[in-house]
Design a protein around this ligand. Structure first.
Ligand code: PLP
Length: 444
């Protein structure tokens, strides 16, 4: 029997991995074993793994072997978003990661394994987290401009869980939540789940229209204002101090609770202080380490006014009892030993470098983006439809998000959000050039 062609071996592996028969992390045969098993030359076996690595299906780790790779990204999170072709780039989800992080994880797990009292990680944690870990996060929050006692910090399973936790406390079914006309999609999911009415606040590239917010609060009983004042998702705005002050004033005047999402705050160290500092008695601040450390770790936190702390802890217990002890030990270890600060600095440099690439590659297109943000908001020309463009990009292996996920007013504009963090920086110019070519290929 003739040995299989190199392409046939690649196709077979690709199909097995995509079908889920080989789970992520599975160690594959060594190059030598593969060559012997398939009766192919050693060089051919190496080429097979190189091709599979280029397809994003396997990962070669020097000295350790070749492993099946997690099919991360939006298509991994939502099966309906599977691409018709091999993925070139995932611009649909911001999940920045640095090359050294897998090794950092290995190292941290070894350190943890050798630390004293590891058995404590097998015990149930109190809702909101263990006191010393809350203290580490409270210290970290000083860098964000928030000064709170450890008891004022609740640790959660990511920022989305923090948002869920506080919304359960500050809003009841049927309540009106004011939110930007375009905002973070996770808020829409929660509003639907908790039967909250999202009332859209119009805005421009610089921020929400606060006169419109004022009118809304006069016309309706608005309970909550959800806002992302620093590096808004998706528009990238950073609200200036005067705008923050007026928002806090409006919240006081109309007795509204502010839910401030600080997820991207670390990317702009020159931003004005969080809204929480302007109205600490009526602001719940939520954030997490998904963008600065890693989305998979899932450490988030909420800083809530003292009178709400008990109810928020009860809300946490209702949803998860407590946090996985291993996660909070790992993440707070990285905060305490300075790893997080170093990663934040890297991300700041990385996001800026990517925005420079995007500005060049997308020059002349209608793009709104902040130079420190991982997102670009691309408004399409009048003859283009967002769903058609997204489908055409998917045919090229490029995943993007359409405006639909972000619109709270039921009227999504013809626009796409591009998350710039996933492709290797050196590939980003080619990815965006390809994206541009797809747009230009649509007939007028
Ligand atoms: C504005 C905003 N808030 C919260 C989150 C959720 O973060 P986490 O992964 O910590 O739940 C995201 C994630 O994309 C986000 O963009």
């Amino acid at each position: 029997m003739r040995p299989p062609s190199y392409k046939a071996v690649v196709d077979e592996f690709a199909a097995t991995i995509r079908s889920g028969c080989l789970s992520p992390g599975t160690r594959l045969p060594t190059h030598r074993q593969l060559a012997a098993q398939r009766r192919i030359a050693l060089g051919t076996a190496t080429r097979v793994y190189a091709e599979l690595a280029a397809m994003g299906l396997v990962l070669g780790e020097p000295g350790r072997g070749t492993f099946v790779r997690e099919q991360a990204g939006f298509d991994g999170l939502e099966p309906s978003r599977n691409l018709p072709v091999r993925r070139t780039a995932d611009l649909s989800f911001a999940q920045p990661l640095a090359d050294e992080q897998p090794d950092q994880l290995r190292h941290a797990l070894r350190e943890l394994a050798n630390s004293g009292d590891i058995g404590s990680l097998l015990r149930q944690q109190p809702p909101g987290g263990r006191q010393h870990e809350r203290a580490v996060v409270a210290t970290h929050l000083l860098d964000r401009g928030i000064d709170t006692a450890p008891a004022g910090v609740l640790l959660t399973n990511g920022a989305q869980h923090a948002l869920d936790t506080v919304l359960r406390v500050v809003a009841r079914p049927g309540d009106v939540v004011a939110a930007d006309a375009l905002t973070y999609p996770g808020l829409r999911l929660l509003a639907a789940a908790h039967h909250l009415e999202l009332a859209p606040v119009a805005g421009g590239a610089a921020g929400p229209d606060l006169d419109a917010l004022d009118r809304l609060c006069r016309a309706r009983r608005v309970r909550v204002l959800y806002t992302i004042p620093t590096l808004h998702n998706p528009l990238g705005w950073v609200l200036d101090r005067a705008t923050r002050e007026r928002m806090a004033d409006l919240a006081r005047e109309h007795d509204v609770t502010i839910v401030e999402d600080g997820t991207y705050g670390f990317l702009d160290s020159s931003a004005p202080p969080p809204l929480q500092t302007f109205a600490p008695q009526r602001t719940c601040y939520v954030s997490g380490l998904s963008k600065s450390l890693a989305s998979g770790v899932r450490l988030g936190f909420a800083v809530v006014p003292e009178p709400l702390a008990k109810a928020c802890a009860a809300s946490l217990r209702a949803s998860t009892w407590g946090l996985p002890a291993l996660v909070s030990a790992l993440a707070t270890g990285w905060i305490a030993d300075g790893t997080l600060t170093r990663l934040e600095k890297r991300r700041r440099d990385d996001a800026r470098a990517r925005q420079i690439v995007a500005r060049t590659a997308l020059a002349d297109l209608d793009v709104t983006a902040h130079p420190a943000s991982y997102f670009s908001w691309l408004r399409l020309e009048p003859h283009l439809r967002r769903d058609r463009v997204a489908a055409a990009l998917a045919q090229e292996g490029i995943l993007v998000s359409t405006a639909d996920a972000f619109a709270t007013d039921g009227n999504p504009p013809q626009a796409l959000r591009l998350a710039l963090s996933e492709p290797p920086l050196e590939d980003l110019p080619a990815v965006l050039t390809r994206l541009r070519a797809v747009l230009e290929a649509f007939p007028l």
